[in-house]
Design a protein around this ligand. Structure first.
Ligand SMILES: [Zn+2]
Ligand SMILES: [Zn+2]
Length: 329
């Protein structure tokens, strides 16, 4: 099979021809039709994430069909369409796993990070961690649901019943979260890189109430802010824009350092928290919501060999919505 491989952090991915991976006990072999390109992949390739398997095939927003079963399983059926997310394995019995917080399991393994992912024609997944996907989304448009949508949703849920929501960084996740928030009658403000008129126009096109640079004053105080951009200085900016008792939620896996800030930004019972990974329950909940709303997913398709170009455009903030590789389309 063909795969785009991260051989070493800091280097472009390399197109390789590799043996087709065979499923072990409890695993399925997935014929990859589409795989989203997530900012986490960029952090991986840039060497900003510790403990990555190297070399590794990135990609954790995989849409494909079951091509083969490993020993001991017969579900999902051969030919069934599935999504393979970031969460690839958990221990199942630690305190976190036993309390509905498998996203925090210390023995968790993640797709396209500690096990090979979907920048390839085939991928292997543990059958217990794949999701059926809503019929209303074709393969290309279903891919971004699997991380941008899913982890975006987990972050959004932590905003509770916030009526006025600020989204910092308007890419793949924010453009989906914005649609959920708008469908639920909330007011949504989008904060982009200063002066990024294209991203602001994209946000307005999605339907947000206001879009501007992160250096601009919010039109109204925020009940909650979700930070999707990996930029530490956005934390004091978002806290300053948030009401007393409000929450600032950091949704990314990596961020530049948070600058020193006066305590008064946090005071007034504001909360600052992060979101890590996903649980399978998040996936089931979010995909049902995505089927019901439904969401308009904006994608930029790339052939498998275009992965480096897709990552470069993501790094430059030039992707409107989500970049998706299409090994099998
Ligand atoms: Zn565990
Ligand atoms: Zn991701």
């Amino acid at each position: 099979m063909h795969a785009m491989v991260c051989e070493r952090a800091g280097r472009p991915l390399v197109l390789q021809t590799l043996p087709r991976p065979e499923p072990g006990p409890g695993q399925v072999q997935v014929l990859v039709r589409a795989c989203g390109v997530c900012r986490t992949d960029l952090h991986l390739v840039d060497g900003e994430l510790p403990a990555a398997k190297m070399p590794v095939i990135p990609g954790h927003e995989i849409v494909g069909v079951i091509a083969a079963h490993g020993p001991g399983i017969d579900e999902p059926a051969i030919g069934a369409r599935v999504g393979v997310p970031w969460l690839g394995y958990t221990c199942g019995h630690c305190g976190y796993c036993a309390s509905g917080r498998e996203n925090l399991c210390a023995d968790a393994r993640f797709t396209g990070y500690q096990q090979d992912g979907g920048y390839a024609e085939y991928a292997i997944a543990d059958a217990r961690y794949v999701f059926p996907l809503p019929d209303g989304y074709d393969d290309l448009h279903a891919a971004p649901l699997l991380c941008a949508g899913l982890i975006g949703y987990r972050a959004y849920r932590m905003a509770g019943d916030a009526r006025t929501l600020g989204l910092y960084g308007f890419g793949a996740a924010a453009h989906l979260v914005a649609q959920i928030a708008l469908a639920q009658g909330r007011t949504v403000y989008a904060f982009t890189r200063p002066g990024d008129r294209d991203a602001q126009a994209f946000a307005m096109n999605v339907g947000v109430h206001w879009a501007g640079g992160s250096d601009e004053t919010s039109p109204a105080a925020l009940d909650a802010a979700l930070i999707f951009a990996p930029v530490g200085p956005l934390i004091p900016a978002a806290l300053a824009a948030t009401v007393r008792g409000g929450t600032v939620i950091c949704a990314g896996i990596h961020m530049s350092d948070i600058p020193a800030m006066p305590y008064r930004l946090l005071w007034g019972e504001r909360s600052l928290r992060s979101v890590a990974n996903l649980t399978r329950r998040d996936g089931v909940e979010f995909l049902a919501l995505a089927a019901a709303i439904p969401l308009t997913v904006h994608v930029e398709p790339y052939p498998l060999s275009g992965a480096n170009e897709a990552l470069a455009r993501l790094r430059a903030g030039a992707v409107a919505g989500a970049a998706v590789l299409t090994p099998g389309l």
